[in-house]
Design a protein around this ligand. Structure first.
Ligand code: NAP
Length: 243
């Protein structure tokens, strides 16, 4: 049984991926930061399927907390086979209004967080000469988005990291890919009014937001052993937007 660590699995896309992979009999490490209740509820839900699950708190932007997370995982399950870097935040603001502290914060979580988790996961993967890393990026990593400059810049960094790391790790039999969703119906979108959400939907050729379960289906395919030759790819899932 493969062990998969999903960051930010307490809510939204991460939660949907955790549930999908539990159905497929992966052992699930549910990382969370603030949403303890949701993470523990998910842990119990997965255990009811007779699948191993463990909720572990760690702010991924802090290397010391990520090291502790991996220590717990090592003690319990002997390390990880698959890492899904899903945790992330967005900030909606005009570039000129965004203070340096907030620009720094979004990079700390969306980019340095991924550095921290990969840095801790790689020793296990290199030792086994086997591993999979999947990053959840965004379509705004490669397309311009007004009022999301900082967010777009972090996802652009995730895309570049994904491609370069894939090349570096391919000889070690470690695949690195990313999913670039368009707009997904999660708490991240709660900053918009229903009226604004309708306007956003009107811009999407499929005229609706993605369901987090649709991202989870693609994640399950990308990490699967059947998909053994795909690496360095940023796969868009946008309902036809930005194609
Ligand atoms: P969400 O519903 O807001 O959930 C965010 C998740 O990230 C939560 O589980 C949260 O955990 C976790 N998280 C945030 N900061 C963290 C930290 N410092 N350490 C550990 N966990 C942290 O967001 P979502 O929509 O599911 O987004 C998931 C990923 O998809 C993000 O990378 C996002 O950029 C990307 N994405 C989203 C959309 C969209 O339209 N929703 C589109 C494209 C890409 P706690 O609640 O426990 O703190």
């Amino acid at each position: 049984m493969k062990t998969v660590l999903i960051t930010g699995a307490s809510r939204g896309i991460g939660r949907a991926i955790a549930k999908k992979l539990a159905e497929l009999n992966y052992r699930i490490i549910i990382n969370y930061n603030n949403s303890e209740e949701e993470a523990l509820a998910l842990q119990n839900e997965i255990r009811k399927l007779n699948v191993d699950a463990l909720a572990v708190k760690a702010d991924i932007s802090k290397l010391e907390e990520v090291k502790k997370l991996f220590k717990t995982v090592e003690e319990k399950f002997n390390g990880v086979d698959i890492l899904i870097n899903n945790a992330g935040i967005s900030k909606i603001s005009l570039f000129q209004d965004l203070p340096p502290s907030e620009f720094q914060e979004i990079f700390n979580i969306n980019v340095f967080g991924i550095y921290n988790t990969i840095h801790c996961a790689l020793p296990y993967m290199l030792k086994k000469h086997d591993g999979v890393i999947l990053n959840i990026s965004s379509i705004w990593g490669s397309n311009g988005a007004s009022c999301e400059v900082a967010y777009s810049a972090t996802k652009g960094a995730v895309d570049s990291l994904t491609k370069s790391l894939a090349v570096e790790l391919a000889p070690s039999n470690i695949r690195v890919n990313a999913i670039a969703p368009g707009v997904v119906n999660t708490d991240m979108m709660r900053c918009y009014s229903n009226e604004d959400l309708q306007l956003i939907c009107n811009e999407i050729p499929m005229l609706r937001l993605a369901d987090p379960r649709e991202i989870a289906e693609l994640a399950a395919y990308i990490i699967s052993e059947k998909n053994s030759y795909m690496t360095g790819q940023i796969i868009g899932l946008t309902g036809g937007m930005c194609v």
